[in-house]
Ligand binder design. Sequence first.
Ligand code: PRP
Ligand code: URA
Length: 209
Amino acid sequence: MGKLNILDHPLVKHKITLLRSKHTDVQLFRQLMQELSMMLAYEATRSIPVEKKICETPLMQAEAYMISTEKLAIVPILRAGLGMVDGLLSFMPMAKVGHIGLYRDHESLLPVEYYCKLPENISDMEVFIVDPMLATGGSVAKAIDIVKQKGAKHIRFLCVVSCPEGVECLQKAHHDVEIFTCALDKGLNEKGYILPGLGDAGDRLYGTK
Ligand code: PRP
Ligand code: URA
């Protein structure tokens, strides 16, 4: 079963409280989303492979370790996932970025695909799928289906707010995918919104409502 990692850090708790507040404006919301994404990136990259190198210090040769930066791929689920990309890129500036466009049908709550562009060699890469909200789990499960169809094998999912329904759905659909989240909330309301949640992440990021 894909491990669930809930970030337990005072800075995360503080920032997510500000993010949830209905009094937080678009500008601060974007900034907080980026900062929380950096913290998720820090945790989610703990287990990526490193290669042994030799480094010349001013004094001597040293055994050193580096990441294969060309093997990192960030894949946001549009639209709200875009709000997390810069946070991850600040730690992994050489990463490739793919995009998957999905929206939830308001009636069925099922994801509808409208765009997909992924790095060519994604099958060899460490893939970080990002979306702030894990609600029913339908969107991320579909996004992972898509990257797996292209051959991806090493996949992690990073989200800011999750709930038990979404975690269960994702763990059932893709037991090999590790999940990193800043908060595990109570559950979903009848419209598929996370409670207490933060509302509609896309609308809050882009000021569309
Ligand atoms: C939101 C969110 C996720 C999805 C989560 O996107 O960003 O992609 O809902 O819900 P699920 O776990 O039940 O699938 P939305 O469909 O509102 O599209 P948007 O990002 O374009 O606003
Ligand atoms: N998508 C959102 O943006 N928010 C939710 O609470 C659920 C799905």
